[in-house]
Design a protein around this ligand. Sequence first.
Ligand SMILES: Cc1cc2nc3c(=O)[nH]c(=O)nc-3n(C[C@H](O)[C@H](O)[C@H](O)COP(=O)(O)OP(=O)(O)OC[C@H]3O[C@@H](n4cnc5c(N)ncnc54)[C@H](O)[C@@H]3O)c2cc1C
Length: 468
Amino acid sequence: MSSEKKAYRPAGGRHHVVVIGSGFGGLFATKDLKDADVDVTLIDRGNHHLFQPLLYQVATGILSSGEIAPSTRQILAGQENASVVKGEVTDIDIESKTVTTHLGNYERSYEYDSLIIAAGAGQSYFGNDHFAQYAPGMKTLDDALEIRARIIGAFERAELTTDPAERERLLTFVIVGAGPTGVELAGQLAEMAHRTLSGEYRNFSTDSAKILLLDGAPQVLPPFGKRLGRKAQRQLEKLGVEVKLGAMVTNVDETSVTYKAGEEEHTIESYTKIWSAGVAASPLGKLVADQAGVEVDRAGRVQVNPDLTVGEHKNVFVIGDMMGLNRLPGVAQTAIQTGQYVAEQIAAETEGTQQPEQREPFEYFDKGSMATISRFSAVVKMGKVEVTGFIGWLLWLAVHVMYLVGFRNRLVAAFAWGLNALSRKRWNLATTRQQLHGRNGLNKLNGLIGPDADFPIEVRDTRRFGEK
Ligand SMILES: Cc1cc2nc3c(=O)[nH]c(=O)nc-3n(C[C@H](O)[C@H](O)[C@H](O)COP(=O)(O)OP(=O)(O)OC[C@H]3O[C@@H](n4cnc5c(N)ncnc54)[C@H](O)[C@@H]3O)c2cc1C
């Protein structure tokens, strides 16, 4: 192991801000510190800023991974006071003000004056983690590419089998969770089966593919309200998606999904299952909450003060999906606005125009929510205003182009959506064996090296601090 004994801090003695996570919260905080008299070190286990709301478009072959995940180094190359570090944060010590990272056998520590923790959330299987290997969630590029490989793999096997029951199982796709991700994925999968792939297979019609969307709630898109939920459901059904509400999933295995509706239990035979039902905040939240003497909620979100700090620690901020405050939603706008707020406080305090005790509480500005159902159709809720159909889709288009990072990515994504609206083809359907088998391979490798290995391989974000 290569380990530096002394914790790093930049030369020059300026206020050092360490940011964990290059998602919406961490990246916007870092960018907003551009003109502040500070040095910023941005740490992430990945090398990119991921635009999670478009992961489903990578999974269904509309966009390629680079278009939604630009390199963080490239984004920040022109920001002289920012450095980027790739590494898994494995420890935070808020007494000694240090953060420890690992990248392979490199262990490094960073000493901070202010710490911004924006490590986001992972998928939650509500205590049934064994579902994960049969029903991947959609949180990372790996997830999206694996799901793409599973979907295409199912169609390819359906072309080969001569057993009608087996073909039906292969052509049945089940999505668990009818929030925005589940709805968007179901809509795109239906279009992919019934439009994009139509006529490409010789031994079956892709029209026979079944897409089922299950949720325990009584409506789709609960945060959008009943009216928009009903509209979205109708639109999905028009596309051929079977929506099953009040359906509590009780088991997932290699070949099926079982759910309970009322007292009755049903089993759907299916090879391709996708989980989009729950989130769990990064375990770094609990690590810090325990040290600061504050609570985490059931989803692991840290209960923060009105200025987004933890406990008595005025220099430790938790933001975005990891933060629990006034039941704010875990959406990109919460992460962006909390990142910007924290950067503003740190900049003012290093300039000497404000003391930490003078901070105004964070205030969230609700810019609304939106979800696309298919080409030309989206539901949008902005306060009391509700928009659906083509106008909703145009609004969705404008907002997503605006928030994608990088001029080229905006241009390419807008071009891809335009082309997708006109042509039935999709240009990002390539899959590889590594995408399909990589996760199981890594799981096996982890099993071989054992749980006490110096460098356990992170397959999913399942690390629990303090437990062996
Ligand atoms: C599929 C999907 C669809 C979504 N759709 C929408 C939508 O339509 N509209 C909307 O507003 N929101 C949507 N969201 C939610 C939105 O993406 C999140 O609320 C937002 O990304 C949260 O930002 P964040 O900065 O808190 O965390 P993230 O963006 O998740 O960033 C966290 C970062 O921390 C890094 N990290 C985590 N742990 C460690 C560690 N131990 N060491 C180092 N780095 C670490 C991760 O690699 C990641 O880069 C969607 C989310 C998903 C998953």
